[in-house]
Design a protein around this ligand. Structure first.
Ligand code: ADE
Length: 250
């Protein structure tokens, strides 16, 4: 998988991606990350990437021409899947975009190429929206630019690519992989300041541990993020667990 980032701060991406899982994925050639300096796609002496807004107002607006030039220069090899659909996506990071979710990360992880245009916080020329396949927001808050959202996308998509994580299990159990929050985890010591590890986890009974974890996962989701239950994949056994939790509450 190849990520292209169009940004005025290409150096921004080097350090954060060079550690841990993403660092190893880059070293192994499982992902490639190329940051392109938007200024390289300008034609004026001052390498201008933004300008004042038509109609007045404060703040600067990201110009359309350098972005258009950058996208067409980068998107030379646009591979297609069997149905003729492009295996590449051009994404603009913006607070106006669709919310970034684990499901979207999974969808993007099946592609060959993701091109991320890091918008600037004050705004982008509306015609930049015509150059992209989708607009993505990482949450309902405003950041100073699209670089951190770009990193968030690359990080979460990369770890879903085959071979990037050590074992296949480590992503199956994640919060959100089945739409539920992750169950509580413990490691040594078995007792800390009077707080003990649930006995079942020390029992070696794998079926009991599996059920305990599912139950706690559902309990957590109901407590902390009840709205996630609507979209979670719930099995008939899960309904039993939900009934059990309801009884316990009474
Ligand atoms: N740019 C500024 N804030 C953002 C956000 N929350 N998501 C995506 N891009 C942004």
């Amino acid at each position: 998988m190849r990520f292209h980032i169009i940004t005025i701060f290409p150096e921004f991406f080097t350090a954060p991606l060079s550690y841990g899982v993403t660092g190893r994925a880059i070293d192994k050639g499982l992902i490639k990350v190329q940051a392109h300096n938007l200024r390289d796609y300008t034609t004026d002496k001052h390498r201008t990437t933004d300008d004042s807004p038509y109609g007045g107002g404060s703040g600067m607006v990201m110009k359309v021409e350098p972005v258009a030039r950058a996208v067409s220069a980068i998107k030379v090899l646009d591979s297609k899947d069997k149905t003729g659909k492009s295996r590449s996506r051009v994404i603009l990071t913006t607070p106006q975009g669709v919310p970034f979710t684990q499901a979207l990360a999974r969808e993007l992880s099946a592609l060959d190429e993701v091109i991320i245009i890091c918008g600037r916080y004050e705004g982008v020329d509306e015609r930049i929206r015509d150059l992209v396949d989708m607009e993505v927001s990482i949450g309902d808050y405003i950041l100073t630019g699209g670089e951190i959202p770009g990193l968030v996308l690359i990080d979460s998509v990369s770890r879903l690519i085959q071979g990037v994580l050590g074992s296949a299990d480590s992503k199956e159990d994640d919060s959100f992989s089945n739409g539920l929050l992750e169950y509580p985890q413990y490691t040594r010591p078995p007792e800390f300041n009077g707080s003990i590890v649930p006995e079942v986890l020390l029992s070696g009974d794998h079926a009991a541990i599996k059920r305990y974890r599912k139950k706690e996962s559902i309990r957590r989701t109901l407590q902390k993020r009840p709205e996630l239950m609507e979209k979670a994949s719930i099995t008939p056994q899960d309904y039993e667990i939900i009934a059990e939790l309801k009884k316990e509450k009474k």
